[in-house]
Design a protein around this ligand. Structure first.
Ligand code: CU
Length: 188
C-alpha cells in the first residue's frame, strides 16, 4: 500500500467515526429536549395538590391561626396537630411539643414574608408563605430537644429566628395532652 492510499484509508475511518459521534450526540440532545417537553407538558397538565389559602389580613383575628389555637393539640380522633405562625422574626409558639413515635401533622403559615423551618436533623422541613397553609405529617423517632431555625432569608433579624421542638416520650405527651388544651413548652 502506498503512503497516500494509507492516508486516504485512515481519513475515511476518522470521518466515519466523527459522523457516528455526531449522530449519537444529536440523538442525545434530541432526547434531552424531548424529555424537557414531556415533563413541561406533564407538570402543566397536573393540578397542584393540597393548595390551601388563608387571608393574611385576618389570620390573627379569625380562623384556625388565632393565637389561642396555636400550638399542639391531640384531636378527638387521636391525631396530633401542630399549628404555628412565622413572622419577622419569631415563630409562635416559640417552643413546640410533639410526641415520640406518633404521626404529627404540622399546619403553618406566615404573616409578613416568606419564612420556613427545619427541625434538627429530621425530615420536618417546609416553607411558610403568606397567604398559604403549609402542611406535612411526620413522626419523630427519638425523644429529646431539637432546634428549629428559620431557613428562608426573611430580613435583617433572620439569623435570630429560632424555635425549639421538644419531643416527649409518648406517655408523657398523652398525659399532658389529656386536658385537650393547646400545648407548647413556652415557659409562662
Ligand atoms: Cu424567618
Amino acid at each position: 500500500m502506498s503512503a497516500t492510499s494509507a492516508e486516504h484509508a485512515s481519513e475515511g475511518i476518522a470521518v466515519a467515526a466523527e459522523r457516528r459521534w455526531a449522530i449519537i450526540v444529536v440523538f442525545i440532545i434530541g432526547l434531552l429536549v424531548l424529555m424537557m417537553i414531556v415533563m413541561a407538558l406533564h407538570w402543566a397538565a397536573m393540578p397542584p395538590s393540597r393548595v390551601e389559602t388563608v387571608d393574611v389580613k385576618t389570620v390573627h383575628i379569625k380562623g384556625e391561626f388565632v393565637e389561642s389555637n396555636l400550638g399542639t393539640v391531640l384531636e378527638p380522633d387521636g391525631k396530633v396537630t401542630v399549628r404555628l405562625i412565622a413572622q419577622q422574626y419569631s415563630f409562635v409558639p416559640q417552643c413546640i411539643v410533639v410526641p415520640e413515635g406518633m404521626p404529627v401533622t404540622f399546619r403553618g403559615t406566615a404573616t409578613d414574608a416568606i419564612h420556613g423551618f427545619v427541625v434538627g436533623r429530621t425530615n420536618a422541613n417546609t416553607m411558610l408563605v403568606p397567604g398559604f397553609v403549609s402542611t406535612f405529617t411526620m413522626t419523630f423517632p427519638k425523644a429529646g430537644e431539637q432546634l428549629m431555625p428559620c431557613h428562608e432569608y426573611c430580613g435583617t433579624g433572620h439569623e435570630a429566628m429560632w424555635a425549639h421542638v421538644q419531643v416527649l416520650p409518648r406517655d408523657d405527651f398523652l398525659a399532658k395532652a389529656r386536658s385537650g388544651e393547646r400545648m407548647s413548652c413556652v415557659p409562662r
